[in-house]
Design a protein around this ligand. Structure first.
Ligand code: NAG
Ligand code: NAG
Ligand code: NAG
Ligand code: NAG
Ligand code: NAG
Ligand code: NAG
Ligand code: NAG
Length: 357
């Protein structure tokens, strides 16, 4: 049903290129986030100069930056002087750029943000020692198996600078997302002032929220819009949290996901609305509960004490394992009746822009 209506909307976008997809559909009935203006945005340097980047016939370029790389996909509608939104998507432990593109579908034809095709970027993590300490496995900062000394905050800033210089982007519409270890990095970026203001919104999915990725002193410096997915059948990063992994290693401790979401709502200053018979309000957490998909509960925290748009959206998927939710089960942890990317994450990103801050 949702798929059909989204397809029709996409089709109408093709027919009417200056219209945008209505972003109301999937935040749950209770909280319709106001649509931002359709302002042209804030053009990056790449809008004013030609880039030497070469894209292949599938619209991909694999860019190297020092000892790192990131895979870039531009839409077929890419125009060198039109400001496009940017979605950065970080892979999970042991995965890579190609795998992340496959499971998320951010490069699929016809997807839009602010009514225009989006630029999707899949960076590669450095090789770390793995969980046994004697391997060579790609991973991001913030996990027990992270490559020692690697600064993925700085890498992200350098990558976004390079993208801004080489492509025509809207710097008000940069978004960060990731799966598992990449979801942990997404959270760390949201907790870090320099990157909390670089990206308008964040989507950590089945996030590996080890202490290094979810610092106790998380101080983003702004109210941060968050959309989070987590499966109740996740055995790698259990929804209820864990004090240690199955081998008893306490550095693998992860939080109760409900409390993790509430911490974000609190940090953002989301307001707690007491029962209607009381007139007082105190800061805290208030979540509206809805069921946007089969087996899926959404709790949306109202942050309108801070501004009109910041929300914390927590999707709990009953039968999902450690996975990015897709109908095709592309990520191994079971199938869902929806694709998180198109049903929820992109509409959420579409509703968020730095120009609203
Ligand atoms: C989810 O994405 C896949 C891959 O693009 C597609 O085949 C499927 O129809 C999508 N499902 C829905 C419900 O949109
Ligand atoms: C545009 O983006 C630059 C950084 O790229 C920032 O310094 C500036 O404040 C932004 N301006 C507006 C109007 O958003
Ligand atoms: C991009 O290049 C890097 C090496 O610089 C490589 O490790 C990676 O696999 C490449 N990605 C793709 C999609 O070819
Ligand atoms: C790494 O160490 C583990 C346990 O200590 C061992 O089972 C595994 O075979 C080792 N792997 C390699 C590649 O040496
Ligand atoms: C997780 O946190 C929520 C909110 O504090 C609480 O209601 C729930 O009981 C906790 N779950 C476990 C397993 O402790
Ligand atoms: C969100 O909170 C504000 C008070 O800050 C209130 O005016 C608004 O009605 C609330 N929204 C909902 C949907 O409850
Ligand atoms: C909903 O979840 C239950 C298990 O929790 C599962 O048996 C059922 O197949 C799921 N339904 C759908 C449509 O995914």
């Amino acid at each position: 049903m949702l798929f059909i209506s989204l397809s029709l909307l996409l089709a109408s976008v093709h027919a009417l290129p200056h219209r945008r997809i209505a972003a109301k559909h999937s935040l749950g009935a209770a909280y319709a986030v106001p649509a931002p203006s359709r302002a042209p945005g804030n053009a990056t340097a790449g809008c004013r100069s030609a880039s030497s980047w070469k894209f292949d016939d599938t619209n991909h370029a694999n860019i190297t930056l020092g000892d790192r790389s990131f895979l870039v996909h531009i839409p077929t509608t890419y125009h060198p002087t039109t400001q496009h939104a940017l979605v950065v998507s970080y892979h999970g432990f042991k995965a890579n750029d190609v795998k992340q593109e496959e499971i998320t579908g951010f490069s699929e034809e016809g997807l839009t943000l602010n009514g225009r095709g989006l630029v999707a970027v899949y960076p590669n993590g450095q090789f770390g020692p793995g969980k046994d300490g004697n391997e060579s496995i790609r991973a991001w900062e913030g996990a027990p198996y992270s490559p020692p000394g690697v600064d993925d905050i700085a890498f992200t800033q350098q990558m976004v600078q390079s993208l801004s210089d080489n492509l025509c982007l809207d710097s008000n519409r940069f978004y960060a997302s990731g799966k598992s270890n990449g979801g942990g990095l997404t959270n760390l970026l949201a907790c870090t002032p320099a990157t909390a203001k670089l990206f308008a919104a964040f989507a950590p999915v089945s996030a590996a929220l080890y202490a290094g990725a979810n610092p106790q002193n998380c101080k983003p410096g702004r109210a941060v819009p968050i959309i989070n997915f987590h499966g109740l059948a996740d055995t790698i990063i259990p929804f209820d949290g864990q004090a240690a992994d199955k081998e008893g290693r306490t550095e693998y401790a992860t939080p109760n996901i409900t409390q993790y979401r509430e911490a974000w709502a609190d940090r953002n200053g989301c307001i707690y609305l007491p029962p209607a018979d009381s007139s007082s309000t105190t800061l805290g957490v208030f979540a509206v509960v809805s069921h946007p998909h089969v087996n899926t509960t959404l709790k949306t925290s109202n942050c309108s004490a801070v501004n009109t748009h910041t929300v914390v959206n927590g999707f709990t998927v009953a039968d999902l394992g450690h996975s990015w939710p897709t109908t095709l089960g592309l990520d191994g942890g079971g199938i869902t009746t929806f694709n998180a990317t198109t049903a929820n994450i992109l509409p959420f990103f579409d509703s968020q822009s730095m120009e609203m801050d």
